[in-house]
Ligand binder design. Structure first.
Ligand code: ATP
Ligand code: MG
Length: 197
């Protein structure tokens, strides 16, 4: 049997609703008895950050110096590739991460995309206003406040980043709008893409 990657990457700016939309798609998959593996890339990074740098909090992880984040990212890519091999897998992640000084760190540089060989890249988006509101009411996380034009910029950068990954890997690109109070709709779209893998 030929092994192949069946990875669907789901990315988007913090608080846009990636995990919410993924969970909606997983409910639909469960109803159809379809098995989908989900890996939160950041959680795998936290495991490694804890082993290497004694960091246990994901909101502290993204504030680490970028050279340390890259070391963690490389090892995480290897682990995620192993855990997802030949299984339909959603990787919940970020195309770019804003560092403490406002620079963008690539979430899926070549050493990650080469390890994962994704089939589809999904970008979850919505308007900056809604993102800002979602961040402010989400008490489960420590979220940074950000001006709307910077949220817009981050979404633009993510499109460029995802397109570049598709250019290198041949993965397909899809944009899903997670409109206010319509996460169900976004989840349905994601589920259709998952079924196509
Ligand atoms: P992170 O990158 O930090 O993991 P995320 O993109 O996974 O964030 P979620 O945790 O899924 O974002 O959602 C952030 C907040 O937005 C949550 O409080 C969630 O309930 C809310 N939310 C998600 N989708 C919608 C939607 N369509 N309408 C209204 N609120 C939403
Ligand atoms: Mg999430």
């Amino acid at each position: 049997m030929v092994n192949e990657s069946k990875i669907v990457i789901v990315g988007g700016v913090p608080g846009v609703g990636k995990t919410t939309v993924i969970n909606k798609a997983l409910e639909l998959a469960k109803a159809e008895k379809m098995k989908i593996n989900t890996i939160v890339f950041g959680s795998v990074m936290i495991e490694i950050a804890s082993e290497l740098f004694n960091i246990q909090d994901r909101d502290k992880l993204r504030k680490l110096p970028s050279d340390k984040q890259k070391i963690i990212q490389k090892e995480a890519a290897v682990r995620v590739a192993k855990q997802s091999w030949n299984r339909l897998t959603i990787v919940d992640t970020h195309y770019t991460i804003k560092t403490r000084t406002g620079k963008y760190l690539q979430g899926i540089p070549s050493w990650v995309s080469n390890a994962l060989k994704p089939k589809i890249l999904v970008i979850i988006e919505t308007n900056p206003d809604d993102i800002s509101k979602r961040r402010s009411i989400d008490n489960s996380r420590l979220r940074d406040e950000e001006a709307l034009d910077l949220v817009k910029e981050h979404q633009e950068i993510n499109r460029t980043s995802a397109t570049t990954i598709c250019q290198k890997t041949g993965a397909l690109l899809a944009i899903i709008k997670n409109k206010q109070d319509l996460a169900d709709e976004a989840g349905e779209k994601l589920f259709i893409y998952l079924k196509s893998v």
